[in-house]
Design a protein around this ligand. Structure first.
Ligand code: 5GP
Length: 194
C-alpha cells in the first residue's frame, strides 16, 4: 500500500535493525485518514471471506481495525492485555511473548463475544515473530470459531512470523512488507531487484 509505505519512509523512525518506531501515525499519535484507508484495504482484501468478527489486540491494533470492521459491517473485538476487574472468569486466555517488551503476558477475550459459528479476521499493527497473531488464533480456536486470515499493517519480513503462520495454513495479508531496517533506512520487499 503506497500511502502506508510513504508514511513509514517519511514519518517512521528506525530504532535498530530490528525495531521500527511509528509513533507519529500508528502507535501513539494516530493518522486517522491513513488508518481509515488501511481499514478499507483490509475490508477489500477479505470482502469474499464471509467475516463475522474482526479481532485485534489492544491498544495499537484498534485504530487500523476500526474501519475494517465498519466497512465489513461486523463488530470489532480487542483482546485485553490485562484482565479487567469487571471481567469475570468467563474468558478465553492465551499467553503471548511480547517482542518489544520481552516478557510473556496473558491476553483475554470474554466468551460473550466469540461463538463457534464466527468467521474471524485477525488484525494487528506489526508482524515480527508471529506470537501475538498465534495468541489471537489460539483464542479463536478456543471459541471453536474459524480464522479467515490475518491482516497486518507492517510486516517485518526478515523475522519469522509470516513463515510460521503460512506453515500452519493461514492467509497473511500485510499492507507493507519491510525487507530490511539498516542505517536508519527502510527497504521494502517489493523494492528489491531480482
Ligand atoms: P510478534 O508477536 O509478531 O513477535 O510481534 C508483534 C507485536 O509486537 C505487535 O503487536 C507489536 O505491538 C509489537 N512489535 C513487533 N515489532 C515491532 C516494531 O518493530 N515496532 C513496533 N512499534 N512494534 C513492534
Amino acid at each position: 500500500m503506497e500511502q502506508l509505505k510513504q508514511a513509514i519512509r517519511e514519518r517512521g523512525n528506525v530504532l535498530s535493525d530490528q525495531v521500527l518506531k511509528v509513533d507519529t501515525f500508528l502507535n501513539h499519535q494516530v493518522d486517522v485518514n491513513l488508518m481509515a484507508a488501511i481499514g478499507e484495504e483490509f475490508a477489500r482484501l477479505f470482502s469474499e471471506s464471509g467475516i463475522t468478527k474482526v479481532l485485534t489486540i489492544e491498544s495499537s491494533g484498534i485504530a487500523p481495525s476500526f474501519m475494517a470492521a465498519s466497512t465489513l459491517g461486523t463488530p470489532l473485538i480487542f483482546a485485553r492485555k490485562k484482565k479487567s476487574l469487571t471481567m469475570n472468569n468467563d474468558v478465553f486466555v492465551s499467553s503471548v511473548y511480547s517482542f518489544t517488551k520481552q516478557e510473556t503476558n496473558d491476553i483475554t477475550v470474554s466468551k460473550d463475544f466469540l461463538d463457534a459459528g464466527d468467521v474471524v479476521l485477525i488484525i494487528d499493527d506489526f508482524l515480527a515473530n508471529g506470537q501475538a497473531a498465534l495468541g489471537l488464533i489460539d483464542i479463536v480456536h478456543q471459541a471453536g470459531a474459524h480464522v479467515a486470515g490475518i491482516g497486518i499493517v507492517i510486516e517485518k519480513s526478515f523475522q519469522d512470523g509470516r513463515k510460521l503462520l503460512e506453515e500452519q495454513g493461514y492467509r497473511v495479508e500485510s499492507l507493507a512488507r519491510v525487507h530490511q531496517l539498516s542505517e536508519g533506512r527502510v527497504t521494502f520487499v517489493d523494492e528489491l531487484t531480482t
